[in-house]
Ligand binder design. Structure first.
Ligand code: ZN
Length: 391
């Protein structure tokens, strides 16, 4: 969805200047954000697109932040120079994901966040599922290489890992390394040294999306195989800086509703009025029976039936400080408190059990320490829209 928002109340901020006095800097305000050039579709941007921000008080703005979904790990900041007090253009950097935009002046005066700007992920890398010869690579005396990678999209905490397979021909390798290369900086963040590899036999290594016990940052990665013969001649499946071959994108969440869906009207949003309280999640409407997956794996904290929530499930997200709540499921979830769930695993179906008008998933995100455990719910819509853009 494209931003088109109401104005926040005008305000000014006091900022000390170097001369010991006080400069009044008007607080920048964003009214619209839209994709202007090189857009993915009419309303969606992607890396390389130019977006236009309109508003007021923009002349002192020097930085624009694509806030992405929850937390700062997916924020992307670009330096900008305002064309006027009411208009800024900015280029979408790679790594920016769907979410609100905000701007800041050189003095650190920051605007409120806009409504989410839809940013499509970059096109998936070329699939290379079947083993194929590494092109352009013939090193005299070195083994010849064939490689393949099982998928171009992978998810943190998923049951199915990414698998890299390879086969050598020619001389038996004396030394062999498989590296996992992070595209953003070209660093090898993990490596394997398979033993006993013989020419003609397919060998595989798998990666589960973790570095040590910690989930790796989302983004593009690729596998690189290097094989050396006894005489020291070496062959490699990818040159340094080439992240095209055997590449895949790692994502941190799956969109939970697997079918046609919409984000409802005004009453579907976080904070909208309910009898005696305010809405603590966002409603995603889809046909009853639509498959529902765990947006993020983890440990089931609560599973049961509640008069208002219907059949519900709460998952403590592995590697996050968040709890994920799913309500109104058509049937009780097969999972029980304490069970382990993988990212993308089916947890149930969209339904209308409990106090629900129309078939929908009522989805909540809660910060630490958790769901009705001292944590607080926050608006999950930017996160849902980001996950929806890639899965
Ligand atoms: Zn709801």
């Amino acid at each position: 969805m494209l931003a088109a928002l109401g104005a926040a109340p005008a305000a000014t901020a006091q900022t000390p200047n170097g001369g010991g006095g006080v400069t009044y800097v008007s607080t920048p305000e964003i009214s619209t954000v839209s994709c202007l050039r090189s857009c993915a579709t009419k309303k969606r941007a992607r890396a390389g697109s130019t977006v236009k921000v309109t508003g007021t008080g923009l002349s002192g703005v020097t930085a624009l932040t694509f806030n992405g979904s929850y937390g700062r790990s997916d924020d992307a900041v670009v330096q900008v120079r305002a064309g006027s007090d009411t208009r800024i253009h900015a280029k979408v950097p790679s790594g920016a994901v769907t979410g609100p935009v905000s701007v800041a002046t050189a003095n650190g005066v920051r605007s409120a966040r806009s409504k989410p700007l839809a940013i499509l992920p970059p096109p998936a890398p070329e699939p290379n599922v079947e083993l194929s010869p590494v092109p352009g690579q013939v090193v005299a005396g070195a083994p010849q290489l064939e490689t393949g990678t099982s998928r171009t999209k992978a998810y943190v905490g998923a049951r199915r890992a990414v698998t890299f397979s390879f086969r050598l021909s020619g001389p038996a390798p004396a030394a062999l390394t498989v590296e996992l290369v992070r595209a953003s900086d070209g660093l090898a963040v993990k490596s394997w040294a398979p033993q006993g590899v013989v020419p003609g036999v397919v060998t595989s290594v798998s990666w589960n999306g973790n570095l040590g016990r910690v989930p790796a940052a989302p983004g593009r990665y690729s596998f690189r195989l290097t094989a050396a013969a006894a005489d020291g001649s070496r062959a490699t499946s990818a040159q340094t800086g080439n992240i095209e071959r055997d590449a895949f994108d790692l994502y941190d969440h799956v969109f939970p509703v697997r079918g046609r869906h919409d984000y409802g009207g005004a009453g579907a949003g976080f904070g909208s009025g309910r009898a005696g309280h305010s809405h603590q999640g966002h409603d995603v409407f889809a046909k009853c029976g639509t498959r529902m997956l765990a947006a993020r794996g983890g440990r089931v904290q609560y599973a049961g039936y509640h008069g208002a929530a219907g059949n519900y499930l709460v998952i403590d997200g592995a590697g996050t400080d968040l709890d994920y709540a799913y309500m109104h499921m058509a049937e009780p979830s097969p999972f029980r408190a304490g069970d382990r769930v993988y990212t993308g695993q089916r947890i149930g179906s969209v339904g209308d059990t409990g106090n629900a008008r129309g078939c929908h998933l009522h989805f909540e995100l809660w910060g630490a320490p958790g769901w009705y455990d001292g944590g607080r719910p926050f608006d999950p819509l930017p996160s849902l829209q980001a996950w929806d853009s890639w899965s």
